[in-house]
Design a protein around this ligand. Structure first.
Ligand code: KG4
Ligand code: ZN
Length: 344
């Protein structure tokens, strides 16, 4: 079965071809980051227009990369939500119209399910069940993943997402949007012992997170520095922020591992690209004898491959494909709405 995947929930347009037997055949991606950087954040209307410009060339690129023709495609999977409504509508309209014209069915996919399953794209994938730490620009959740569609929420952020905290703190330090990756680069040059920032909810006893206080602590630090904000200060502040957020993410992940008794941790979402997070988790995994899996770096952030994969796995798991022609997206869509939980 050959599934075409379409991702357009935010500021990346992704198209991919996933084959149930051969795996990922190709994927094509366009990031709008440079376009939005000028405005300090994603401008939804510009995002939608750019998705429109990109989908067809990216489809051609993906087909050529896989050596396939549209006729070979058995189903079209696309991100139905959550995300920006206008951006989602572009991918939805494109995927539904394409499927309708080809006489093929569609498979609407939950964006976070794509992230959760993305480690399965790797050459050395985890097996079910595993704990997933989902850390993106919009979400921070710890989940128990027992199988396709079998997700149990263990904990989540009560306010800002981890990526959002990275981006907002980066902005406070004068870095352009989206600052997460830039902040982490800057942090590498910082002194870890210079400033101590709070570790919100570290001892809350549950698996929930809160990051808005941490961002406020960065703001306070910047204000206290006044006119003396220079490159060295920025690097030290970035390091202090990163030390704090990584410690909270790692400690809560360890708690989830202990609580579930599982031996595999999957880290998904854009913040999963963070080097300090990876190094600390790898270290803990060696000491505590569990394994950590990361999607390939290119599949950590938004992409079409994870949507094609999720669509294909859904179809294989028996979720019925939809007749093409629907035109509905779900900008707000809790992952738990599609999860059967861990019934076993
Ligand atoms: O998963 P993703 O591409 O988009 C969402 O679905 O939200 O994640 C994007 C987020 C952004 O907040 C970005 O700043 C953050 O991931 N990010 C990072 C790094 N690379 C991307 N945060 C920390 N360290 C990084 N190296
Ligand atoms: Zn995402």
């Amino acid at each position: 079965m050959l599934v075409l995947g379409v991702e357009s929930s935010c500021d990346e347009t992704g198209i991919a071809l996933y084959d149930s037997a051969a795996g990922l055949l190709s994927h094509a991606l366009h990031s709008q980051v440079a376009m939005h950087a000028e405005y300090g954040g994603v401008v939804p209307e510009l995002a939608s227009r750019d998705h429109i410009r990109r989908v067809v060339p990216l489809l051609r690129e993906a087909l050529a990369g896989a050596g396939k023709m549209l006729d070979d495609v058995d189903a079209v999977a696309y991100t139905r939500g959550p995300g920006l409504s206008g951006a989602l509508l572009v991918g939805c309209a494109f995927a539904e119209a394409l499927a309708l014209a080809m006489g093929k069915p569609t498979m609407p996919v939950h964006h976070l399910e794509g992230h959760l399953l993305s480690p399965l794209l790797s050459g050395d994938p985890p097996s079910f069940p595993f704990v997933a730490l989902l850390v993106s620009g919009g979400h921070t959740q710890l989940m128990r993943v027992s199988g396709v569609g079998r997700y149990e929420l263990l904990g989540e952020t009560l306010d800002d997402a981890a990526g959002e905290a990275f981006d907002k703190s980066a902005k406070l330090l004068g870095l352009p949007y989206p600052g997460g990756a830039l902040l982490s680069k800057l942090a590498e040059r910082g002194d870890p012992g210079k400033y101590a920032l709070p570790r919100p909810m570290l001892h809350s006893g549950d698996l929930n997170f809160s990051f808005s206080g941490l961002k406020t602590a960065v703001l306070t630090l910047v204000r206290e520095q006044g006119d003396a904000v220079d490159e060295a200060f920025k690097a030290d502040a970035a390091r202090a922020f990163q030390e704090a957020i990584v410690e909270v993410l790692v400690k809560k992940s360890l708690k989830a591992i202990k609580q579930t008794g599982l031996k595999q941790l999957v880290v998904a979402g854009g913040v999963g690209a963070n080097r300090q997070l990876r190094a600390t988790l790898d270290d803990e995994a060696r000491r505590k004898r569990f394994r950590v899996y990361y999607p390939e770096l290119e599949f950590c952030t938004d992409n079409g491959a994870m949507i094609a994969l999720a669509g294909c796995l859904r179809l294989q798991a028996g979720t019925p494909a939809k007749p093409a022609g629907a035109f509905a997206v779900q900008p707000r869509w809790p992952l738990m709405d599609i999860a059967a939980g861990d019934a076993a």
